[in-house]
Design a protein around this ligand. Structure first.
Ligand code: ADP
Ligand code: MG
Length: 394
């Protein structure tokens, strides 16, 4: 493979051109896919994501002052700021409304680190990534954690992965202005090769769970993007909060199926079905983690199938494209289970497929999906990768 085909190669090659020397450090952070546990994070529940083999790379040389220069190679844009200029949130820009908005991720990272009392030194850097943007594989968390790792090198910061994840969530929520739970940053920071990460979203406890052998995780991008997801997301959150209040608990995490049935008369039908998804999805996620740990790929696949049905029928966040690609996956040889992944209404599905059938299955899924919807799927096969950190220079 040509070096310019990889984000690592692009970041290091562009460094030389941009700054006229070799970088002294290289750091990376992966994207992620959620295997199961959807719309459970903001209910204090469980999620089971894994870091994937698509990454953001930052090549850098530390500076003696507070200036941060970043060349975003994929966009062919350069930006710079001084860490002193982002100590107050009043300095916040708008990440979405203008070109160069990507630099707000860099400024937000510097703000969040300094807001937690860390002293920063700047760097000259190049950034390149192959995590697709807006597909639901969290290109934003990859960029945030890669830049956090860059500051880790330039400023000799102690690397506490969970603390870094929380800071990066704050950068995304409070600086960039995108509301997300902690899942993305936590798995991008704490991912373990060959393992998914069971996260308890109440106390942020994480447990690495080995992926079963002989099966591949296949990510199926529908090539459709969510629209109106913001308001639908807010609706779902509100319904979950209302259900928890009516059932007399802090969060739906504290409800089991018997409790939900006892309280059913107090909930309208929609609120009941939203709550039923969350209650069952939490139980399914714990069961899926046990199946994974036991090497039971069939049970894991079955849980993924049930998760999709529940997201489609009870939580109502699927789409015709997601349903079509999931159906195509299930009909393919060696498929043990498939579901939509991410917030919904578009983006990606994830399937568990016997390794020996993967090539044939992908061909069939692509064909069926194209025939049914007219869309071209993008497909990624990924093992579970390690979380963010430094890598050896090539
Ligand atoms: P996702 O679901 O992929 O996380 P987001 O909208 O949350 O989508 O984040 C995408 C944003 O992250 C982009 O608009 C851009 O600002 C930033 N970003 C992602 N990848 C890159 C990259 N390779 N270079 C520069 N900025 C990037
Ligand atoms: Mg994102």
């Amino acid at each position: 493979m040509n070096a310019s085909d990889t984000p690592k190669g692009r970041a290091t090659a562009a460094f030389e051109e941009t700054y006229g020397g070799e970088p002294t450090a290289l750091v990376r952070a992966p994207g992620r896919v959620n295997m199961i546990g959807e719309h459970t994070d903001y209910n204090d529940g469980f999620v089971l994501p894994m870091a994937i083999e698509l990454d953001a790379f930052v090549a850098l040389t530390p500076r003696d002052d507070g200036v941060v220069r970043i060349h975003a190679v994929d966009l062919d844009e350069e930006g710079a700021f001084d860490v002193a200029s982002v100590r107050s949130r009043d300095a916040r820009g708008d990440a979405s409304a203008r070109p160069g908005g990507w630099l707000e991720y860099g400024r937000g990272v510097a703000w969040a680190l300094q807001a937690d009392g860390l002293t920063l030194r700047g760097f000259d850097a190049t950034l390149a990534s192959d995590v697709p943007v807006g597909a639901g594989l969290s290109s934003s968390a990859a960029v945030e954690l890669a830049l956090a790792a860059a500051f880790g090198v330039s400023s000799r910061l102690p690397w506490d992965a969970t603390a870094m994840a929380r800071r990066m969530q704050r950068a995304e929520n409070l600086w960039v202005g995108v509301q997300t739970g902690i899942m993305d940053q936590l798995v991008v920071a704490r991912g373990v090769e060959g393992h998914a990460l069971l996260i308890d979203c109440r106390d942020l406890h994480t447990r690495p769970v080995p992926l079963p052998s002989g099966v591949a995780v296949v990510i199926l991008d529908t090539s459709t993007r969510r629209s109106l997801v913001g308001s639908a997301y807010d609706d779902r959150r509100r319904a979950c909060e209302a259900a928890a209040a009516l059932l007399g608990v802090t969060a739906l995490r504290d409800v089991d199926e018997a409790h939900l049935e006892r309280g059913r008369a107090d909930l309208d039908d929609v609120t009941y079905r939203r709550a039923r998804h969350v209650v069952r999805e939490n139980a399914r996620t714990l069961a899926a983690a046990e199946a994974m740990a036991a090497g039971d790929a069939r049970a894991l696949g079955a849980a993924m199938d049930e998760s999709h049905a529940s997201l489609r029928d009870d939580f109502e966040v699927s789409s015709s494209a997601l349903d079509a690609i999931v159906a195509a996956a299930r009909a393919a040889p060696g498929c043990l289970g498939a579901r939509m992944t991410g917030a919904g209404f578009g983006g990606c599905a994830v399937a568990l497929i016997e390794e020996r059938d993967v090539a044939e299955a992908i061909g069939r899924i692509e064909r069926t999906y194209r025939e049914e919807t007219g869309h071209h799927a993008r497909v990624y096969v990924s093992r579970a990768a390690a979380g963010a950190g430094p890598v050896t220079l090539p």
